[in-house]
Design a protein around this ligand. Structure first.
Ligand code: PEP
Ligand code: MG
Length: 811
């Protein structure tokens, strides 16, 4: 290798290296090119810039950057890049240990990550525009044992870097180290002569080190024990981190083994079936008692629902009909369960579709009893992670939780009852886990379950294990801290109070409302319980239901939203015809106003329950004054009806409306005169404002709460409410996103209502900032025109307010 015989490479003159691992010849070429640049460069910045360009071209990567360490303050600063935004140079800085680049510095070892964005240590610097890049390799730049910085390459597509490529990068970093040392020396040394001598000495030393290094990489690597590592991506169902050995849960029975056996003794089969049902009911009773001992505050309604399913004439009558038709009991049961599952599968509502798991669970219990198989003992080895296709409520309650560290399910969703139970037991859970080829889990594999981000690591390398141990320690400390906030208000350092309310759907949610210290209920989605009834619940049934909620809240506000069905929520008894554009169709208040009798049944129940606590009525999907006036007329009619019947009720119940249709934003100054409060429903507002279907994954990246148009709509709505001296809250998912908290606070919302889990972290953010600072920041944000600008500005703001780390812990 004779660098002096080569001409310095001209920018853009090098041929593009092919994708994938560079060959040995290109290995030498890139080293020589780097060397040649350093020979001819006289300014460090310029030299580094030319080096990153050559490295990116020669290694076929999309980004190459060099971060240099400022030893005095122990910070890494981006000094040269190709691929990232050039304006980030000299601006983006991080401390040692921060982000993946900081991790390279901290460990003094290469870090290679195929999907950087989902790595727990990934840190996003919006100024760099690096969100497009997936794979990341960073290698330390060091002069012997003195750390100098980090060399990073990134690629747009996900790819794994070979050992050979990483060794090449290390070799380049070695060269770069020589160049940096030299350049720094140049700055220090006065004498030109001395400078030249030192330069040559350093270069020769660098080349020698490089040659020595190349020899080591030519030697075949020592054989290593092959450990199958992998990673599964899923959805987070219960937060937290768990580490342990995989225990694959096999169901004791399966419908797959049931054949379509015929019987000629119908009486005997019916008897067998009714005995199996009775035994199953018995088991559920003792399960209830066991659960009550273990988790006294857990809503027994779920077990009760299983029992009711067994006692429901619908299910048993159907099975008996098949038995009478000549099928053996097991086969008849399978038929009916299959029918139910097929019906559930057709339901558009995700929540209801997940109820299919309950039917299957109940069916399997009866099948097991039909086959005379006792309930299995579910003993676990120490530190176990349960892995299963899906898990039944029964399985989960039989398991000895003492040793259970996490749950991984290949099926199921976050709102399945098993997930709800896992959350109550606080077991980190990932559901819908998708394994890539070769990533499957075997009994005894070591697993890490990251219930916060929905990722499972199979036989993770030691670095990941250490990283998660650290994260878990921090997460525990973080949660202890959040728990200590439970009884404190959501109040800024300068005394601005924001009510932090919970969104609920089922009675089971109340457990979490209390656990996370909600100030009240900001959104009770009554359509969820309605969807679980077989017929439209009458006034007394509704009164009973709402009474449970209002009593449980013990004087705290409860905002009951009237029925919001249609679009993706269809109760069978309403017989809604399919529509081409259901979100733009017959849904929500439109149905209520056309079915005033049903609407008034609900309103009467709400007015009656209001005597027991602080109840509010919330009307969904209002798009204009005619609708709100009509709805209010019906509420008055409902009051008259209650008076006529002599029922006790609260005539002063505040009536508010959701602002979730763009026309309601435009008309906000008029609409607010008609109501007592606004509640902004960003889930729908964003989809209507940006024309992005909230349930369509293909357009999910366009669904952006921090879009300037969304912020402007929220601002206008808040201003309209404030102008009329009324209060305004938010109950869409945006209210639960910690990234949005300061801007929502600054926009002046009086309350934020969210899934109860998010209350502590949002409260922590609110309690860490001053309202006046946040208001000033929000004023600036409102002047920005793109999502990127908004995010960048907010990111900087959060950094200077010192709340960025909080968010990282949670995400
Ligand atoms: C909303 O649209 O923001 C909202 C809270 O209502 P839902 O999600 O129930 O449509
Ligand atoms: Mg809505």
């Amino acid at each position: 290798m004779k660098p002096e015989t080569r001409r310095p490479p001209q920018r853009g003159a090098e041929p593009q290296a092919p994708e994938g691992a560079p060959r040995r010849s290109s290995h030498i070429t890139v080293l020589e090119d780097v060397n040649a640049i350093s020979e001819h460069g006289d300014d460090l910045q310029d030299t580094l810039q030319r080096i990153v360009e050559v490295i990116a071209r020669r290694t076929g990567t999309d980004v190459c950057s060099i971060y240099l360490l400022e030893p005095r303050i122990q910070r890494l600063t981006l000094r040269a890049t190709t691929g990232l935004e050039r304006r980030a140079v000299d601006k983006v800085a991080m401390s040692v240990g921060e982000g993946l680049t900081g991790m390279v510095m901290e460990k003094s070892e290469p870090v290679a990550v195929v999907d950087a964005i989902s790595h727990p240590r990934y840190k996003y610097f919006p100024e760099t525009g690096e969100e497009r890049y997936h794979s990341f390799v960073g290698v330390p730049i060091a002069d012997r044992s003195t750390p100098l910085g980090v060399l990073v390459v990134q690629t747009l597509r996900r790819r794994k870097f070979s050992g050979h490529e990483i060794r090449l990068l290390r070799a380049i970093a070695l060269q770069v180290a020589g160049i940096i040392v030299q350049a720094r020396l140049v700055e220090d040394l006065k004498s030109k002569e001395q400078e030249r001598r030192e330069y040559r000495r350093r270069m020769i030393a660098a080349v020698k080190r490089l040659q020595a290094y190349e020899k080591t990489i030519e030697a075949p690597a020592a054989p290593r024990r092959r450990i199958r590592q992998g990673r599964l991506n899923g959805l987070s169902a219960a937060p937290g981190f768990g580490r342990g050995r995989a225990h694959l849960l096999q169901p004791p029975v399966s419908f797959a083994i049931v054949e379509d056996r015929q019987t000629d003794d119908v009486t005997a089969e019916r008897l067998r079936f009714s005995r199996a049902v009775a035994e199953s009911v018995q088991e559920l009773e003792s399960l209830k008692a066991r659960l009550a001992r273990r988790l006294p505050e857990f809503d027994q309604g779920i077990i009760e629902a299983h029992r009711l399913m067994l006692e429901d004439r619908g299910l048993t009558t159907k099975v008996e009909a098949h038995i009478r038709g000549g099928l053996a009991a097991e086969a008849a049961l399978r038929r009916v369960v299959d029918e139910y599952l097929a019906a559930f599968a057709k339901m558009k509502d995700e929540y209801l579709a997940e109820r299919a798991a309950d039917v299957k669970d109940v069916g399997l219990r009866v099948l097991r009893n039909l086959l005379g198989i006792p309930e299995p003992e579910r003993a676990l080895e120490k530190e176990s992670i349960l892995v299963a296709e899906e898990i039944t409520l029964s399985d989960l309650s039989l398991i000895d939780h003492e040793h259970l560290r996490g749950i991984v399910l290949f099926k199921g969703g976050p709102t399945s009852h098993a997930s709800i139970l896992a959350k109550s037991f606080e077991i980190p859970t990932v559901v819908g886990a998708q394994a890539g080829s070769g990533d499957e889990v075997h009994e005894g594999d070591e697993l890490i379950v990251d219930g916060n981000s929905g990722v499972v690591y199979v036989n993770p390398p030691i670095d990941v294990v250490r990283e998660y141990d650290r994260l878990e320690r921090e997460y525990r400390a973080f949660n202890r801290e959040l728990d200590s906030l439970k009884h404190l208000p959501g109040e800024t350092t300068d005394g601005r109070r924001v009510n932090l309310y919970a969104n609920i759907g089922l009675i089971a949610d109340l457990h979490f409302v209390h656990r996370h210290g909600a100030d009240g209920i900001g959104l009770y989605r009554t359509e969820f319980p309605f969807l679980t009834y077989r017929e439209f619940p009458d006034e007394e049934e509704q009164l009973q239901l709402y009474t449970r909620v209002v009593r449980a809240m013990d004087g705290k506000p409860v905002t009951i939203r009237t029925l919001d069905v249609g679009a993706d929520k269809y109760p069978s008894y309403l017989h809604l015809a399919p529509e081409a554009n259901p979100f733009l169709g017959w849904r929500s208040i439109r149905i209520s106003l056309e079915m005033p009798e049903l609407f008034k049944v609900q309103v009467r129940a709400i007015l009656r329950v209001a005597t027991l606590g602080r109840v509010r009525i919330l009307l969904p999907m209002i798009s204009g004054l005619e609708e709100i006036r009509r709805a209010k007329d019906l509420i008055e009619e409902a009051k008259d009806e209650l008076r006529e019947r002599g029922h006790d009720f609260d005539p002063q119940v505040p009536v508010g409306m959701m602002v979730e249709v763009p026309s309601a934003v435009s008309l906000a100054p008029h609409l607010i005169r008609e109501v007592d409060f606004f509640s902004i429903g960003t889930n729908d507002l964003i989809q209507y404002l940006l024309a992005v279907d909230r349930n369509n994954h293909k357009v999910a990246p366009l669904y952006e709460p921090l879009h300037p148009a969304v912020l402007a709509a929220i601002h206008d709505t808040v201003q309209a409410a404030k102008g009329a001296g009324k209060w305004v809250g938010m109950c869409g998912e945006m209210a639960s996103d910690p990234i949005c908290t300061i801007v929502l606070l600054g926009l002046g919302l009086d309350d934020l209502s969210m899934g109860p889990f998010f209350i502590p972290v949002v409260k922590r953010i609110i309690r860490s900032v001053s309202y006046s600072q946040v208001r000033a920041l929000t004023r600036d944000v409102l002047g920005l025109a793109t999502v990127k600008e908004v995010k960048g500005y907010l990111f900087d703001g959060m950094k200077s307010l010192g709340i960025l780390e909080l968010m990282e812990m949670y995400h």
